[in-house]
Design a protein around this ligand. Structure first.
Ligand code: ATP
Ligand code: MG
Length: 435
């Protein structure tokens, strides 16, 4: 019988890539707390209409990329292709309006039926941050500053640029849309098939096309600036001056639109040329119309999502993942020593000291593994040590070795910090007591 293969476009992440992935998530968790974004957990599937009504029937996501299916009760469900629509559904169904303005963050897997390639998968993962029920440009600014700090803390901010645009309010957007239709209609036959199709249904999306046949015309297409209402200009001015005050660098990108239909005013992407074609690591904007498309009251909101795999690739390429410190590897010689070491390693770990011990192997094998493990020191226990109630500690960086009686070597005091150096150099003035 042959082993079943993984589904195309899914990944089994292991080793350095998995470490980089975890580092991205841990850094996000730390930074979102600094900005007081509250953690939410969302279902992986929703009724299909949650996405089709909010993201829009004319987008690629809804028309081509959704994993939709009927469940056993005959209801059409969809594996979430993004977080925003589900979070808005939750905001409306749970009465989270009472917390407005509400700052929330989450992360997890998303599903889109795409053509898999480097940085593009059918199951991928995002970090997500949203501010719901806030119409102020300060909310847009806070989200962008959060994104900027995240990239800096990940050590990948160099070579990643914030591209910023405004899509204006509904009035500006409609006027711009009409001008785009007129402009692209004149060259319709030279556009990609997809864009010919988009022309009447969703012309803004042509600006987002990755097809070179469309890109030639995008550069000279009408720009939103010629259609912005005074109010929309004022809003955008507050966003850019806020970014300047916070020291966040940005570049104006007058053709930037977001792939999804619901955006208004601010739209942005953080892009890099270090990931080939999949250069957008983080994207988002303001989506003041979304809650209404879900049947809710008018509710301004803004948010972003970042591809964890893409961020992790940048982190790994920049060599920014530190492997976690391993303090001790325990090397017992014989069965009695193994029992003894089991007691010792449990004490070490329960005091927050990362330690490891192999499940099998003779002393030589175990010592080789300890050397290869990257640990700071090996704790060696043989018959001699057992007889004298002591341990041998070998500094794996220098090869230096000392013997310590167990009665006096271990610090269990509250707030005391343990160091390998102190252990090796004769206690460093601390009390090392093992219970
Ligand atoms: P793209 O233009 O690359 O298709 P998008 O506009 O569809 O991106 P969003 O829906 O804004 O992307 O998602 C935000 C981020 O999630 C992207 O910038 C990217 O980092 C990541 N992302 C989106 N789709 C995928 C995917 N299929 N595989 C991996 N990461 C993805
Ligand atoms: Mg896409």
């Amino acid at each position: 019988m042959s082993t079943p293969q993984a589904i195309r476009g899914t990944q089994d992440i292991f080793g350095a890539e998995a470490e980089a992935f975890a580092h991205v998530v841990e850094t996000f968790e730390r930074v979102r707390k600094l900005y007081r974004f509250r953690r939410v957990e969302m279902p992986v599937f929703e009724k299909t209409e949650v996405f089709s009504r909010s993201i829009g029937e004319t987008t690629d996501v809804v028309s081509k990329e959704m994993y939709s299916f009927e469940d056993r009760g005959g209801e059409s469900l969809t594996l979430r292709p993004e977080f925003t629509a589900g979070i808005c559904r939750a905001y409306l169904t749970n009465g989270w309006q009472q917390h407005a303005p509400l700052k929330v963050a989450t992360h997890g897997p998303l599903f889109r039926y795409e053509r898999p390639q480097k940085g593009r998968y059918r199951q991928f993962h995002q970090l997500d941050a949203e501010i719901l029920g806030a119409g102020e440009p300060q909310a847009d600014v806070e989200l962008l500053v959060l994104a900027d700090q995240l990239l800096k803390e990940l050590g990948i901010a160099d070579g990643v640029t914030l591209m910023l645009n405004t899509l204006g309010d509904a009035e500006s957007r409609d006027a711009w849309r009409a001008a785009l239709v007129e402009y692209f209609r004149a060259v319709k036959s030279e556009l990609s098939e997809d864009s010919q199709d988009r022309l009447e249904r969703n012309p803004l999306r042509i600006l987002d096309s990755k097809d070179p046949r469309d890109k030639v015309f995008v550069a000279d297409a009408p720009k939103i600036d010629d259609f912005l209402s005074g109010e929309a200009q004022d809003f955008f001015g507050k966003v850019t001056s806020g970014l300047d005050a916070a020291g966040v660098a940005w570049t104006r990108a007058p053709s930037l639109v977001r792939g999804l239909d619901y955006y208004r005013h601010t739209a942005f992407e953080f892009v890099t040329d270090r990931l080939g074609a999949q250069g957008t690591v983080l994207g988002g904007g303001r989506y003041d119309g979304l809650m209404e498309s879900l049947g809710g009251p008018p509710t301004p909101a803004v948010g972003w999502a970042a591809g964890i795999e893409r961020l992790a690739m940048l982190v790994a390429d920049a060599g920014k993942t530190k492997s976690d410190r391993l303090e001790f590897v325990l090397v017992p010689m014989g069965e009695a020593a193994e029992q003894f070491c089991l007691g010792l390693i449990t004490k070490l770990r329960s005091r927050g000291i990362a330690s490891d011990m192999a499940f099998r192997g003779n002393a030589k094998k175990r010592m080789q593994r300890a050397d290869a493990s990257g640990a700071e020191a090996a704790i060696i226990v043989g018959d001699d040590e057992l007889a004298t109630n002591s341990i041998k500690v070998k500094d794996l960086k220098t090869g230096e070795q000392v013997q310590r009686e167990l009665g006096d070597w271990f610090d269990v005091g509250v707030g005391a910090t343990y160091t390998r150096a102190a252990l090796l150099d004769g206690l460093g003035g601390r009390s090392w007591i093992i219970e």
